[in-house]
Design a protein around this ligand. Structure first.
Ligand code: NAP
Length: 283
């Protein structure tokens, strides 16, 4: 296959293909970034056109979608018959628009998102999300598995980007909550390393609630089986008061309570926490 874009991630992708024994053509705007890969057996393409012609499958990994269009949306560059798998990070609208554009240019297209750092590429820890035609993914799955764990999310090209940002929402929310707790405990001389295992346990415990809460969200029914939102809101007030009394930042606790208060004002106080989905669903 061909790998276009040899930044930190693109080089890791190409190196993983080479380690797995796949014949790999590479191209990068700054050609010197291909040198180490060429020493490992990659074939350097002199031009982007040569790179695309060299293989029926091209993996693209550039800074952003704009860079991709600047590179590929040019007259005279033949894309027909090529399968493009775009692992560049972006949003769902860009992914869907790029799929339309690729179709107009006669290319087949899968969008993707890499949920890993370069050093994990080539191991099962590197989860690579794909969306678009499943048959295309399945036809190339054995090759793509050289990069990590291959996942297909659905035919809608926007799904890989949506899962990517949904994962970011999870990541930063968990980290921010941990930082809030760490800031509070430090006022009592408890260091971050001491709090971390306790925080890990809480995060793992909360994670086990998700499937049951998801059933409530999908059914639109939120009976308070564990606790009512108004009970949670009292604990949120406590978190705000404690943060303020300790002199640590209370913005995050206030944000959490503001959303809960709105849901309670709308009459959901006796229902369970996931009823807040209605707050998150609004613009
Ligand atoms: P990077 O090291 O900055 O590499 C960017 C690549 O894009 C380089 O090959 C660069 O070429 C190329 N490029 C930028 N503008 C271009 C243009 N107009 N025409 C042609 N080539 C252009 O970034 P990276 O870390 O490899 O990330 C690449 C993608 O992977 C991003 O979308 C990123 O979000 C995603 N990703 C990265 C990681 C990570 O940990 N690194 C993790 C997950 C996802 P030059 O070498 O010539 O500048």
């Amino acid at each position: 296959m061909t790998v276009v874009g040899l930044g930190l991630m693109g080089r890791a992708l190409a190196a993983a293909f080479l380690r797995a024994g796949h014949s790999t053509t590479v191209w990068n705007r700054t050609s010197a970034k291909a040198d180490a890969l060429v020493a490992q057996g990659a074939r350097p393409a002199p031009t982007i056109g040569d790179a695309l012609r060299a293989s029926p499958l091209t993996i693209i990994c550039l800074t952003d979608y704009q860079a991709m269009r600047e590179l590929l949306d040019v007259d005279g560059l033949a894309l027909d018959g090529t399968l493009l798998i775009n692992l560049t990070s972006g949003d769902s609208a860009q992914a869907r628009e790029t799929a339309r554009w690729a179709g107009q240019r006669g290319a087949r297209y899968l969008d993707g998102a890499i949920m890993a750092i370069p050093s994990a590429i080539g191991t099962p820890d590197a989860v690579i999300l794909h969306s678009g035609p499943e048959a295309e993914l399945e036809a190339h799955r054995p090759i793509l598995e050289a990069l990590g764990t291959v996942s297909h999310l659905g035919e809608d090209h926007g799904l890989a980007s949506l899962y990517d940002v949904a994962g970011l929402a999870m990541m930063w929310s968990v980290l921010n909550a941990w930082l809030q707790g760490t800031a509070m405990l430090r006022t009592a001389g408890v260091d971050a390393a001491t709090f971390a295992p306790f925080a890990q346990q809480i995060a793992a415990g909360v994670a086990t609630w998700l499937p049951g809460y998801a059933t409530q969200i999908d059914s639109g029914s939120f009976p308070a089986e564990v606790s009512a939102l108004e009970t949670d809101a009292r604990a949120m007030a406590h978190l705000i008061e404690e943060s303020e009394a300790l002199g640590v930042n209370a913005e995050l606790p206030r944000l959490i309570k503001t959303m809960a208060d709105r849901a309670i004002a709308a009459g959901h106080g006796a229902e369970q926490y996931p009823v807040l989905i209605e707050e998150f669903t609004k613009p």
